[in-house]
Design a protein around this ligand. Sequence first.
Ligand code: NAP
Length: 291
Amino acid sequence: MPHVAFIGLGRMGHGMAGRYLDSGFTLAVWNRSRAKADDPIARGARWAASPADAARDADAIVTMVADDDASRAVWTGKDGIIETARKGALAIECSTVSHRHAVDMARDLTTRGLRYIDCPVTGLPDAAASGKLTLLVGAEADDLEAARPFLAPLGATIRHFGTVGAGTVFKLINNLMGAVQIASLAEGLRIAEQAGLDMPLVQQSLASGAVASPQVVRHSARMVARDFAGASFTAALRHKDASYAMALADNLGLDLAVARAALDIYARATAEIPDEDEGRLIDLIRATPTN
Ligand code: NAP
């Protein structure tokens, strides 16, 4: 059976690693904090002492960590994957990283004989655990073909945007637009509250009207109910994605006013509530004094 090394067992990675076990792969796992590996180990995964140890003999190495720094640490840092990965192994980066990082990492890992694919995903942790993620790929066509058996457990929808880095470009656009939508929703709800509207009616109308994106449907219900329980994407991760998107836009010579405003408000959220659900942004807006 093909051998996968899976690095990063956070909210998303835990479920994704489980999909390789569900699908009968031989799996080695590593996470910075060991306790999150208890469940995959109980299900038959090998605990690796380091990313380098996990990558030994792997046909594919899949990473799902927080950001550029975490990605750099596990691929090329001390005891990193690159120390043991065999030539020709697939390097599949599922973390949302910056475009610059994806391109630089691809160059470094390809020089050392790996086949790099950027493969950020959309979908919440429940989609990760049930193999229903959408995979946003940047890769050479033959590398993607070689990677398909290792992507199949994660999700059936694979969107190939172009060469390495292209999947990340799309992911950053997607998540920047998500930041704008959620910030705008929070401000719209704040106006409605201040004006004394019937909030359940407002929520129902937003969720069935012309602005009813999946983001608005999901977050309007949570914001109006003031209930942020369950699967979450944190304020810090949303801010990270929006800042990577803005760095990409800057590199392309674009000045984006709406996106910059959303980035500012997520910077505030990250300073005050980094590990809370991103929808709690509305609490900051509620706490802003009126004129
Ligand atoms: P998370 O629960 O916060 O997990 C982050 C993971 O990164 C953990 O395994 C953490 O290890 C590891 N990590 C952080 N800094 C590290 C470092 N310096 N060295 C090594 N490992 C490090 O985040 P998540 O929600 O699973 O998100 C993971 C990635 O998926 C992010 O890039 C995020 O943007 C993306 N994403 C998330 C969602 C979502 O709905 N949550 C959806 C799509 C994409 P510890 O356990 O030791 O802290």
